[in-house]
Design a protein around this ligand. Structure first.
Ligand SMILES: NC(=O)c1ccc[n+]([C@@H]2O[C@H](COP(=O)([O-])OP(=O)(O)OC[C@H]3O[C@@H](n4cnc5c(N)ncnc54)[C@H](O)[C@@H]3O)[C@@H](O)[C@H]2O)c1
Length: 250
């Protein structure tokens, strides 16, 4: 087991990529904290994780609210006395033309995807610095590296994650904390995709420009997340690793 008795927080862990990573980390021996806005998703994921015999703390919590983040850290410390791994997975995205995006939608995307990552990392890192140990993993997107239509607000926040990953690594690595990210490819099986009726022509567009000629599945990202969370990757920091079928290769 690569993560035996580690404690991992996965934000937005009730669904999609976060849920798959939470379950895979439990299989590797970690105790898990999942946060999400949607209670039913937390309950279902909690049940799946318990099946692997690990302890789970499920918190209804919004990453864009500082009081919620503080509560997440405090509850995790009360229950497990440490935080080894943080996966900044919670994210929102809604397709829409750049010329038609409105301020409220823009503010929400920035609040969740950028402010949320910034302060979840800061408040968790304060605990990690005390133990001189931590693994922070951002769930980024290959759309931060290539020009795709319909997600101009979202790609800005993922570009910010890419840059913050380097800046945070520069400050946190001397404290024994690795900061990395995974740039995921288009993964249409997730809840947001199902609920927003993502246009089929956009999926086909992405498949056609992807060298592997397919979209991603949530299971495509679990092995790299476990590697980055493990001590095998202790000399990797500040990197955003693309797992996207080659769509963003240089
Ligand atoms: N699906 C894709 O094609 C794709 C591609 C690249 C990157 N990503 C990234 O993967 C991450 C996970 O998304 P997903 O595709 O698995 O979607 P998803 O909708 O299945 O999962 C996201 C989860 O985050 C939760 N969430 C949303 N806002 C939150 C908040 N403010 N606080 C706490 N939880 C919140 C949602 O309720 C949901 O359960 C996101 O950061 C997304 O940007 C997704």
């Amino acid at each position: 087991m690569k993560l035996k008795d580690k404690v991992a927080i996965i934000t937005g862990g009730g669904s999609g990529i976060g849920k798959a990573i939470a379950i895979s980390m439990a299989k590797e021996g970690a105790d898990i904290v999942i946060t999400d806005l949607v209670e039913e998703r937390l309950t279902a994921t909690e049940r799946d994780i318990k099946a692997y015999g690990r302890d789970v703390l499920a918190l209804k919590s919004d990453v864009s609210i500082i009081a919620d983040i503080k509560n997440m850290v405090n509850k995790t410390m009360e229950r497990f006395s440490k935080i080894d791994i943080l996966v900044n997975n919670a994210g929102v995205y809604t397709p829409g033309l750049f010329l038609e995006k409105d301020e409220a939608a823009f503010d929400r995307v920035v609040a969740v995807n950028q402010k949320g990552v910034f302060f979840c990392t800061q408040l968790v890192a304060i605990e990690m610095v005390k133990r001189r140990y931590g693994k922070i993993i951002g769930i980024c997107s290959s759309t931060a590296r290539i020009g795709v239509p319909m997600y101009s607000d979202y790609v800005g926040t993922k570009g910010a994650m890419l840059a913050m990953t380097r800046a945070m690594a520069a400050e946190l690595s001397p404290h024994g904390i690795n900061v990395n990210a995974i740039a995921c490819g288009l993964t249409p099986e997730t809840s947001t995709f199902r609920l927003t009726n993502f246009p089929l022509e956009d999926i086909n567009f992405m498949i056609n420009i992807t060298p592997m000629r397919r979209t991603g599945t949530v299971d495509d990202y679990t092995a790299i997340a476990i590697l980055l969370a493990s001590d095998e990757a202790s000399f990797i920091t500040g990197q955003t690793i693309s797992v996207d079928g080659g769509v963003s290769m240089p």
